[in-house]
Design a protein around this ligand. Structure first.
Ligand code: AP5
Ligand code: MG
Length: 218
């Protein structure tokens, strides 16, 4: 069973690879960032709490995030596996998932980490445009949609994310190093960790990840 965690710094290409993986392996794409942005758009209590935190590039508190994922993973569409994009992002979140996974009969089976140098992350975030409807990511120079400003996958108009500015990005990166990077050792110790070079190009990265998933999914 493919119970996957996709991790990497902001702008590494998690969302981009997630889109390809879920299309190929028919898994639900569970992006906590997308879920928070949807909650913000709908003005739910979680959205109201998360709005300023996310705009500034900080992490939403663990209790709120863990609760959100708990509810999402218990839905029937996760019965045959799932792809977590951007969760866990702290050790307490990983520990909560270690408890929850076996409880619902779906423990994490592998962790995919995408690595990209900092200068390239800055370039990607500065030029990124996203689809607020299906979550697909584009870049104004290097990953253009077929029709400018329109999502190839679902036809929705593309937007720039509120946290894709220099100040928020610096905070996001700091938070990544301080809170998320320790998960690398955490998952290495569990024997679940797989590292991929995010600089090989979108299609090559997709192929490399696919090969691992084909092997693991058997
Ligand atoms: P989230 O939405 O998860 O943002 P993030 O981790 O900062 O990551 P991004 O979505 O910015 O980047 P990505 O890796 O998905 O890159 P993408 O594929 O788009 O979280 C947002 C916020 O929500 C957090 O800051 C936090 O506040 C909150 N939050 C979420 N989860 C939380 C949690 N668990 N706990 C607490 N708070 C949480 O690609 C980026 C760009 O690069 C695009 O332009 C794309 O076209 C381009 N690109 C992609 N792949 C390639 C490639 N291979 N080569 C060249 N260009 C590429
Ligand atoms: Mg993303």
């Amino acid at each position: 069973m493919l119970n996957i965690i996709l991790m990497g710094p902001p702008g590494a290409g998690k969302g981009t690879q997630a889109t390809a993986i879920v299309d190929a392996f028919h898994l639900p794409h569970i992006s906590t960032g997308d879920m928070f942005r949807e909650a913000i758009a709908q003005g739910t209590p979680v959205g109201l709490k998360a709005k300023e935190i996310i705009a500034a590039g900080n992490l939403v508190p663990d209790e709120i995030t863990i609760e959100l994922v708990k509810e999402r993973l218990s839905r029937p569409d996760c019965e045959h596996g799932y792809l977590l994009d951007g969760f866990p992002r702290t050790i307490p979140q990983a520990e909560a998932l270690d408890k929850l996974g076996p409880e619902i009969g779906r423990p994490v089976s592998l962790v995919i980490d995408i690595t990209v140098p900092e200068e390239e992350l800055i370039r990607r975030i500065a030029g990124r445009r996203v689809c607020p409807s299906c979550g697909a990511s584009y870049h104004v120079d290097s990953m253009k949609p077929a029709v400018e400003g329109i999502c190839d996958r679902c036809g929705h108009e593309l937007i720039q994310r509120k946290d894709d500015n220099a100040e928020s990005f610096a905070v996001r990166l700091q938070n990544y190093y301080a809170s998320t990077q320790p998960l690398v050792d955490y998952y290495k110790e569990q024997g679940l960790y797989h590292c991929f070079d995010g600089m090989v190009g979108k299609a090559n990265l997709e192929k490399a990840i696919n090969a691992l998933l084909e092997e693991q999914g058997q």
